[in-house]
Design a protein around this ligand. Structure first.
Ligand SMILES: Cc1cc2nc3c(=O)[nH]c(=O)nc-3n(C[C@H](O)[C@H](O)[C@H](O)COP(=O)(O)OP(=O)(O)OC[C@H]3O[C@@H](n4cnc5c(N)ncnc54)[C@H](O)[C@@H]3O)c2cc1C
Length: 473
């Protein structure tokens, strides 16, 4: 008889778990995915608006160290359509209203040159930055996690970084941790920077050549269904009833109680405890998870009739409260989706991301759009005087856990729960740093491996970034 598997959450982690179980042992599992939304994908979702045009949750950059994700799409026979950027980061500098270029990319030499020419720094500060980066590359996970209760700002101060270095590196906190440098834990910052500067990639940072649903989620859904998995959409799980010795059960929104051999939670960590019986919520594992918080993110999609961006690169900013623009990342999806079926739009489709959005949340949609248009005009001359023909504001919910101070001491980097057949997947449980598509894929693969191993079936290798020899990771 097939092993009955329930997966709660149809995002990248849940779909990865389903695909890796099917890849690991064909016809061995009866898989059911329960997804509360009307479509799969979670934070990586895209859908069509009322006019049939694609809308994504927000900018998704694919990094060159995402080997497990690439391996998964190759294994299901669906290599990803990628649109390579030139690898550089273009930084909208609020103090000057100019765009500074930070050179980076697949070539280690270019990245080193980027450090040596880091915008806005004096020659002495560039030397300081290179020494600091070398020090970070030598930090192991254990050392990084010692800085869990230290903010990115304080960490950089303690490392002797000048105010300008602190301001420039604070970019990473906003765009990667979704938090301001004074509230983000330094541990994630160290882990991300170590991988960005300490690993070799075969390609530059990329975007997908199609909306997320077509590029990423659709192929996984199709593969899972093709292997017999059932995907229940608009089917939130109301409760999980695990036990220490009995098989786990779950309760559907309709109140139906169902037993499975394995239940995999693939929802954000902070959402797990509220599904559990009160007695388990007191367990340290779940009590800690309950303290995590999502990070506030707003995404605007602006449709212009004319082209207002000249390339498909990503433009970032540190959202400096005094001078910075309201957005922390913007890119023209029309460049990435060019040639993708059915999209006949000849103008720009700007996706504008506002991470660490606490300050922007009180603004109305009209105010957000107005402020964004002013700020785009500051940096992109072609945007001046142009008004998008339509715009959409998404106030995202259910996003990844912000890595506030103490994050790493609360988050379980494990899949076992101590309850029979009840597993944790999700971007927060695995991977190189705290979030991301690769972490989500790894988490699903790792849980699939645990289940395969429990049945004495072969497991699938978890691939690591190709670190330079002196990197301590
Ligand atoms: C705007 C934005 C931009 C991002 N940019 C990048 C990027 O550039 N690069 C990168 O690598 N990563 C990026 N990420 C992060 C990446 O999208 C996530 O790390 C990843 O998608 C997490 O996948 P997941 O499956 O762990 O969780 P989720 O995607 O959150 O999936 C969880 C799923 O569970 C469902 N669910 C929740 N509760 C229940 C319930 N009770 N019953 C049933 N279903 C439930 C949700 O609807 C959701 O579909 C970004 C995220 C956001 C929000």
């Amino acid at each position: 008889m097939k092993k009955r598997i329930a997966i709660i959450g149809g995002g990248m982690s849940g779909l990865s778990a389903a695909a890796h179980l099917a890849l690991g042992a064909k016809d061995t599992f009866a898989i059911e995915i329960f997804e509360s939304a009307a479509f799969a994908g979670g934070q990586c979702a895209s859908w069509l608006d009322e006019r049939g045009r694609p809308v994504e949750t927000g900018i998704h950059l694919d990094f060159p160290w995402y080997h497990n994700k690439d391996a998964l799409f190759a294994a299901i026979g669906h290599p990803l359509p990628l649109r390579e950027t030139d690898g550089n980061y273009y930084v909208c500098n609020g103090a000057t209203d100019r765009i500074d270029t930070l050179l980076a990319g697949k070539s280690v030499f270019k990245t080193l040159f980027g450090l040596a020419t880091f915008p806005g720094l004096s020659p002495w500060e560039r030397v300081q930055l290179t020494v600091l980066t070398a020090r970070i590359l030598r930090m192991s996970d254990a050392v990084a996690e010692r800085y869990d209760h230290v903010s990115v700002d304080d960490f950089l101060k303690a490392q002797g970084a000048s105010p300008m270095i602190r301001q420039q590196l604070g970019l990473e906190a906003v765009t990667i941790q979704g938090l301001r440098p004074d509230e983000a834990s330094a541990a994630s910052f160290i882990k991300f920077l170590r991988t960005m500067y300490g690993s070799m990639g075969l390609f530059n940072t990329t975007f997908f050549g199609a909306p997320l649903a077509d590029a990423l989620i659709g192929p996984l859904v199709e593969y899972a269904r093709g292997q017999g998995a059932k995907i229940h959409l608009e089917s939130p799980v109301a409760a999980i009833l695990p036990a220490e010795t009995a098989l786990p059960r779950l309760v559907t929104a309709q109140g139906e109680e169902r037993e499975f051999d394995h239940v995999i939670s693939a929802i954000p960590g902070y959402a797990v405890p509220r599904l559990l019986p009160a007695s388990y919520r007191k367990w340290p594992l779940f009590a800690n998870l309950a303290q995590l918080q999502e990070t506030p993110i707003i995404t605007l999609t602006l449709w212009y009739d004319t082209q207002v961006f000249s390339d498909g690169n990503v433009y970032i900013s540190n959202r400096d409260p005094a001078t910075g623009p309201i957005f922390d990342a913007v890119a023209d999806k029309a460049h990435h989706w060019k040639g993708w079926k059915g999209l006949s739009h000849s103008g720009s489709i700007l996706q504008v991301l506002i991470d660490a959005a606490d300050d922007a949340t009180p603004l109305s949609d009209a105010e957000l759009i107005a402020k964004t248009l002013v700020d785009l005009g500051r940096f992109f001359p072609a945007c001046r005087g142009q008004v998008p023909s339509s715009s959409q504001v998404l106030r995202l919910q259910g996003t990844y856990c912000g890595t506030r101070l103490g994050y790493w001491s609360r988050v379980p980097r494990q899949h076992e729960t101590g309850l029979a057949g009840f597993w944790l997947a999700g971007d927060y449980t695995a991977g190189i740093y705290h979030y991301g598509m690769e972490s989500a894929v790894i988490s699903g693969k790792a849980v699939a491996n645990r289940i395969l191993a429990s049945m004495n079936l072969p497991t699938q290798e978890i691939l690591k970034p190709r670190y330079l020899p002196f990197v301590a990771a």
